[in-house]
Design a protein around this ligand. Structure first.
Ligand code: ADP
Ligand code: MG
Length: 754
């Protein structure tokens, strides 16, 4: 056991020495010193670098503030400051590490001291133990000699060795603890070495970075210098250029200045006058609103005064105009009365294809170039002349005919009968005609003549070239429209047919029904036809519809329209009823447009049956019409209205102030000359009435062409006006007595005829 203990001790001693060498406290210290020195050196280097950097910065800042490298520089500076900061950090770390190393070394010294102590203790112990061992060996030896004693001694040794064992254990445990401590120290040392290594590495990195930055700084500096130089050159160049340009410009400016100066000299007087003008204008402008207001006020006053004047003049004029209008109407009626209210016109149609060819279709009618009222007919080699109120040659247009028809109402101007030349007046007087119908007078227009002479053409016309009917109505409508401000007008239309002395309604539901003409039960002597359809019309379109309707009626009833129409009288009766809204005055005027039956002498050589009866009826009615017109025109006391249905129906439109136009149609063809002769004779008979002494006066008054011839008889009769005149149509307004006597006679006749 002692041997093993000794060996263990030796081992431990060896271990201790090894540990001491391993610890190498002095090595660590050396290393630390080295590091510190290195650190110091780096610090100095850094300082030097910083100084350099500052110098560089100063240089950079001074020469070029606007240098593009400033940015770069700033960036670099930033990096540098960053690096500096890093270095600072590193330095701090280093200091920390230094501190740690110091601590470690202190601890190490402590441990060493303690180790020395424990080693000394151990040596002491060893010595003590070896002494005791020697003592014990001696005692053993002595004991050996004394075996009993030895046994006892062994026993004591055994007891003592237990103590030694305990002490050994203690030292062993201590040894272990120390070993542990040494291990720990070793570890710490290793860590420190590692840290040192890493710090060295970072240091190397930092140094490399610093080198890099330095190089970069150098480069930047070089570049900067170069650029500065280039810029300097550029600047110099630019300055030179600018200088030269400025010189040139300066010269130009000088020149300009000289020009401007001269200009200024000349402008000064102008400026003076301008300022003067300006001032005066300013004054004017200042005064202008006042002036304007004043002018406006005066102008307004003047205008209103003028308006007032115009107004009053207008009123006066209107008053005068109304009076004149009244007067004119009165004169018009008086003149018409003096002239006679019946006119006979002739119209010659052109030669048509239906007339055929050869001598039969030759023209037998000629006209007087100077007198449009004369017509010559070549009949059986003899020329017969007729004088009518007006003759229309074949080339006369519908318009002309229509215009002249209206024109005949024209009173003031005899010249209006020369058709086209007086068209403007015609239209003026067209209004006069319609005015007379609108004013409440009755108008009759007849178309007389043989079949094919152009009656229907004159009255109705064609669609493209309408006749009197439509033109008169058109005018009527436009007139009514013109007077719509003061008057309310109702225009109604009836269409009737007289065939074989039977009156039939062409617009009614039962056209076959025969209508009767009756006397108004109110005792006014007016006639009316109960059951005759009346259509209210408001435009020409309405009229056209009515015409169409009537035509259809006629067509559906007759197998041969033309034949039928040539044997019947067609009447279109337009009634115009007016109401003057201001005065309440009512007027009723009638416009009768009659397309008469053919006037040809049928069956002279023995017609029979219906043909004979038709011919008789036509003959009768036409001759009755002739008689009536004759009686009216010759102002006879008795007018045979009742001799035919036609004259009876138109009684109120033929008598009184009524206006009648007989349009005698003739054919110019050679083959028709005998009929033409008859028609013209009829016309002349109607027109050239045997005038009685009194009616003659009126007649002559109406014909200026005859006036001078008949002046003496007229003046000789002037002493007793109206003394011997029979009551007739010559009187514009028959006295109540005359009216009542006539109606009384009508009533009497009606009574006798049942
Ligand atoms: P009526 O009615 O007298 O029997 P119409 O009016 O039917 O005669 O006329 C017979 C023919 O002559 C028709 O074809 C018509 O177009 C033509 N006619 C009549 N008058 C004229 C005229 N002034 N201009 C041209 N053609 C006419
Ligand atoms: Mg006809």
């Amino acid at each position: 056991q002692v041997e093993t203990l000794k060996a263990k001790l030796l081992e431990q001693a060896q271990e201790i020495s090894r540990l001491r060498s391993e610890q190498g406290g002095t090595d660590a210290e050396k290393h630390r010193d080295l590091l510190a020195a290195e650190n110091e050196r780096l610090r100095q280097e850094m300082k030097a670098l910083e100084g350099e950097l500052r110098e560089l910065q100063r240089q950079q800042q001074a020469p070029c503030r606007d240098c593009p490298h400033l940015q770069e520089n700033a960036r670099l500076q930033e990096q540098l400051s960053q690096l500096q900061q890093e270095a600072e950090e590193m330095r701090a770390k280093l200091v920390e590490l230094d501190l740690e190393v110091q601590q470690k070394t202190n601890r190490l010294a402590e441990v060493e001291l303690r180790l020395k102590d424990s080693l000394a203790e151990r040596a002491e112990e060893e010595e003590r133990l070896s002494r005791r061992l020697r003592d014990s060996q001696e005692t053993i030896a002595s004991l050996k000699s004394q075996p009993q004693q030895i046994k006892y001694i062994i026993k004591t040794v055994e007891v003592e060795s237990a103590k030694a064992k305990q002490a050994l254990c203690e030292t062993q445990s201590r040894n272990q603890y120390l070993q542990e401590q040494v291990g720990m120290q070793k570890q710490v040392l290793k860590e420190m070495e590692q840290q040192l290594q890493s710090s060295q590495k970072t240091e190397a990195q930092l140094r490399a970075q610093i080198m890099m930055y330095e190089a970069e700084l150098e480069r930047a500096h070089g570049q900067m210098l170069e650029e500065m130089q280039a810029m300097e050159e550029e600047k110099n160049h630019a300055i030179e250029e600018a200088f030269s340009r400025a010189q040139v410009e300066m010269k130009a400016v000088h020149e300009n200045l000289a020009g401007v100066r001269t200009n200024l000299l000349t402008l000064q007087p102008a400026l003076r006058t301008l300022t003067h003008d300006y001032n005066s204008l300013k004054r004017q402008v200042r005064d202008f609103p006042l002036l304007l207001q004043e002018t406006l006020r005066s102008a307004r006053a003047e205008i209103s005064q003028a308006i007032e004047e115009v107004h009053s003049t207008n009123r006066e004029l209107l008053r005068k105009y109304r009076r004149e209008l009244q007067l004119r109407k009165k004169c018009h009626n008086e003149l018409v009365r003096l002239k006679g209210n019946i006119r006979v016109f002739g119209r010659v149609r052109p030669i048509t294809k239906e007339d055929g060819e050869g001598p039969e279709a030759a023209n037998a009618v000629t006209f007087d170039a100077d007198d449009d009222a004369v017509l010559h007919l070549l009949h059986k080699g003899k020329q017969v002349s007729f004088e009518l109120d007006k003759v229309f040659p074949p080339q006369a247009s519908q318009e002309e005919v229509g215009a002249t028809v209206h024109c005949w109402c024209e009173v003031g101007e005899a010249a209006t009968f020369s058709s086209l030349s007086c068209l403007p007046q015609v239209f003026q007087e067209v209004q006069a005609l319609v005015t007379s119908c609108i004013d409440g007078y009755n108008v009759c227009i007849f178309a007389y003549g043989q079949t094919g002479a152009g009656k229907t053409y004159t009255m109705e016309g064609t669609a493209a070239n309408p006749g009197i009917n439509q033109r008169a109505l058109q005018l009527l409508f436009s007139e009514v429209r013109g007077k719509a401000a003061d008057w309310d007008y109702t225009i109604t239309v009836s269409a009737a047919e007289i065939y074989n002395e039977a009156l039939r309604d062409l617009l009614g539901k039962e056209p076959q029904e025969k209508l009767e003409i009756k006397l108004c039960p109110d005792g006014s002597g007016q006639l009316y036809v109960p059951g005759l359809t009346e259509f209210r019309v408001q435009s020409v379109e309405d009229i056209n519809k009515v015409f169409e309707f009537g035509h259809i009626k006629r067509v559906t009833e007759c197998t041969n329209l033309n034949e039928h129409s040539s044997r019947s009288h067609a009447l279109l009766i337009v009634t115009v009823r007016g109401l003057d809204r201001s005065t309440g005055l009512r007027t009723t005027g009638k416009l009768n447009l009659v397309d008469l039956a053919g006037s040809e002498r049928v069956g002279r050589s023995g017609a029979e049956g219906s043909r004979l009866r038709e011919a008789q009826h036509i003959n009768k009615s036409l001759s009755a019409l002739g008689d009536v017109i004759y009686a009216l025109r010759s102002r006879q006391g008795h007018v045979p209205f009742r001799n035919s249905k036609l004259t009876y129906l138109l009684q109120d439109s033929l008598s009184g102030d009524s206006k009648t136009l007989m349009m005698v149609q003739v054919s110019p063809a050679e083959k028709n000359t005998s009929e033409t002769l008859c028609s013209l004779k009829f016309a002349e008979r109607v027109r050239s009435v045997e005038l009685g002494p009194v009616s003659r006066k009126a007649e002559l008054g109406s014909w200026p062409s005859q006036e001078h011839l008949e002046l003496c008889p007229l003046s000789s009769q002037g002493d007793s006006p109206g003394s011997t005149a029979p009551p007739g149509r010559g009187h514009a307004s028959p006295s109540p007595g005359q009216l009542s006597s006539r109606s009384a006679s009508i009533r009497r006749k009606l009574q006798t005829s049942g």
